[in-house]
Write a protein that binds this ligand. Structure first.
Ligand code: IPM
Ligand code: MG
Length: 365
């Protein structure tokens, strides 16, 4: 009976969305790693993004929605490409991504940015500024100006002139702020216990509320040091002295911008995984980088961010910490051997293509 329970515990259903550009080729390598683990999993693939628009005329087809809802976790490659940028907004690949975030209620986006010592030269910043860098951005993912109503482009009289106006609404309820705040405080607790909340409370009421709610949460986490920073200053501090940060919590829009900035501190966006979680711990896991259509199909893509996203899946959705660490250690081992894809290659290291990098990780496992 024990064995049976154990069996069931590791029996998981994963929905895989390869997406566009380099998405499919990096997913192939991540799945090889997943299948090499001692984990009984059922994998179902479905289209999302541009490939779904091409196949069925919808960036987030109903069949994909059903599979994503039924799965225990979702693994995504990347979506988008210039080919679809000419389409109306509701048909663009990005709509698929925003759609799945909203459908699954994935409000908590965890974007770690840690520098691998072996890749210290990859950063454009001086090694002493980034050596030992290890920060986590907790970005709210289902609210803010991304989803606020009203929105649109309409024609109105403004200053006596009939003209087009563009409208988006930045809005957060205190409940939305509280739940992401809790995720961030909990994350800080498991790290260096420093949480910096980023807002623009000198100008925007929404983010004044954000700051107030973070302060209201703080007494429940006396072991975590909470500080606040205005977003413009945070953008500056991230390049000036990024090691002052441990966990950063911020809204959807600011988090979008700051997480791109943070990822480049490491100089190797091809290495960074991410997790987007809902209230039940169900998650979508994807590399931080995009679909890189310019290098798609050439074997140049770095599969490590996607492989590391599998590790995050094992950790956050399935509580399989040991298995997660096995993957992370395999990646470190590969870097230690001087094996690199083109994006992180430097003189004295060995250049591998996408599949060879998959082989190397498998061997190290
Ligand atoms: C990201 C991306 C998306 C976002 C786009 C593709 C809609 O930039 O995941 O950061 O803005 O959230
Ligand atoms: Mg972004």
């Amino acid at each position: 009976m024990n064995g049976d329970r154990l069996q069931r515990k590791i029996d998981v259903k994963i929905c895989v969305l390869p997406g566009d550009g380099i998405g499919p080729e990096i997913i192939v390598q991540a799945l090889r790693v997943l299948k090499a683990l001692d984990l009984k999993c059922e994998i179902e693939e479905a289209p999302l993004g541009g490939c779904a628009v091409d196949a069925v005329g919808d960036p987030f087809p109903e069949a994909t929605q059903r599979l994503a809802l039924a799965a225990d976790a979702v693994l995504l490659g990347a979506v988008g490409g210039p080919k679809w940028d000419v389409l109306p907004r509701e048909l663009r690949p990005e709509r698929g991504l925003l759609g799945i975030r909203k459908l699954l209620g994935l409000f908590a986006n965890l974007r770690p940015a840690a520098l691998y010592p072996e890749l210290a030269n990859a950063s454009t910043l001086k090694p002493e500024v980034v050596a030992g860098l290890d920060l986590l951005i907790v970005r709210e993912l289902t609210g803010d100006i991304y989803f606020g109503q009203p929105r649109g482009i309409e024609t109105r009289g403004v200053d006596g002139v009939e003209q087009r106006i563009g409208i988006n609404t930045m809005i957060y309820s205190e409940e939305e702020i509280r739940r992401i705040g809790k995720v961030a405080f909990e994350a800080a607790r498991k790290r260096k216990r420093k949480l910096c909340s980023v807002d623009k409370s000198n100008v925007l009421e929404t983010t004044q509320l954000w700051r107030d709610v973070m302060n209201e949460l703080a007494p429940a986490y006396p072991d975590v040091e909470l500080t606040h920073m205005l977003v413009d200053n945070a953008a500056m501090q991230l390049v000036r002295a990024p090691k002052q940060f441990d966990v950063i919590v911020t809204g959807n829009m600011f988090g979008d911008i700051l997480s791109d900035e943070a990822s480049m501190l490491t100089g190797s966006i091809g290495m960074l995984p991410s997790a987007s979680l809902n209230e039940t711990g169900k998650g979508l896991y994807e590399p931080c980088h995009g679909s890189a259509p310019d290098i798609a199909g050439k074997g140049l893509a770095n599969p490590l961010a996607t492989i590391l996203s599998v590790a995050m899946m094992l950790r956050y959705s399935f509580a399989l910490e040991e298995m997660a660490q096995r993957i992370e250690n395999a990646v470190k081992n590969v870097l230690g051997q001087g094996l690199r894809t083109a994006d992180i290659h430097e003189p004295g290291t060995t250049k591998l293509d996408t599949e060879q990098m998959g082989d190397a990780v498998l061997a190290a496992l």
